[in-house]
Write a protein that binds this ligand. Structure first.
Ligand code: ATP
Ligand code: MG
Length: 148
């Protein structure tokens, strides 16, 4: 059963925005409506994890951009924050269970979120890529193929 991905993402952002006043989550999509057949639970899990990380690892607050880019055969989600960033040499290991970067300081976590996200993305035969600079910010890009 297809559902509207734009409405789905907007309400997810609304839910998460309630948890913080220091951050402004800006959701942008190029379409008004986007009816797709995707696993809603899996998608909610992936996006909630990435957006919660963006909030948690931006302790000073700031803007979080969440962009939805629909293509003919795939959909791309981009989540960008202005937080603590991830040292280049550690970026590859982040998808391994229990790995936490050396610059997390007192921010707590188990190091499992991204490992599970990676598994969920793999289940969709998708891709997840990180681009980050310490003290500048982090961008996660998730590409999910559409099989119609
Ligand atoms: P949890 O299991 O509760 O999510 P966690 O947030 O530590 O714990 P992951 O979500 O798997 O674990 O993230 C792994 C590590 O990647 C984090 O500990 C942190 O070092 C780094 N990280 C993830 N997202 C960001 C981000 N947006 N900005 C900076 N570092 C990040
Ligand atoms: Mg996490």
């Amino acid at each position: 059963q297809p559902f509207d991905l734009i409405i789905f993402c907007s309400s997810l952002v609304e839910e998460l925005q309630i948890s913080t006043t220091k951050h402004q989550i800006i959701f942008q999509a190029q379409e008004q409506r986007l009816l797709l057949r995707l696993d809603e639970k899996l998608l909610r899990h992936i996006l909630t994890n990435l957006l919660s990380n963006a909030i948690k690892y931006s302790p000073q607050g700031g803007v979080i951009h969440f962009d939805l880019i629909p293509r003919t055969d795939e959909v791309i989600f981009v989540i960008q924050d202005e937080g603590i960033g991830i040292p280049k040499s550690e970026q590859e290991q982040l998808f391994n269970s229990f790995h936490r970067a050396s610059n997390v300081g007192i921010i707590s976590g188990t190091g499992l979120g991204l490992a599970i996200v990676k598994k969920s993305v793999d289940l969709h035969r998708g891709k997840i890529v990180v681009d980050s600079e310490v003290n500048v910010g982090t961008t996660f890009t998730v590409t999910i193929p559409l099989n119609n």
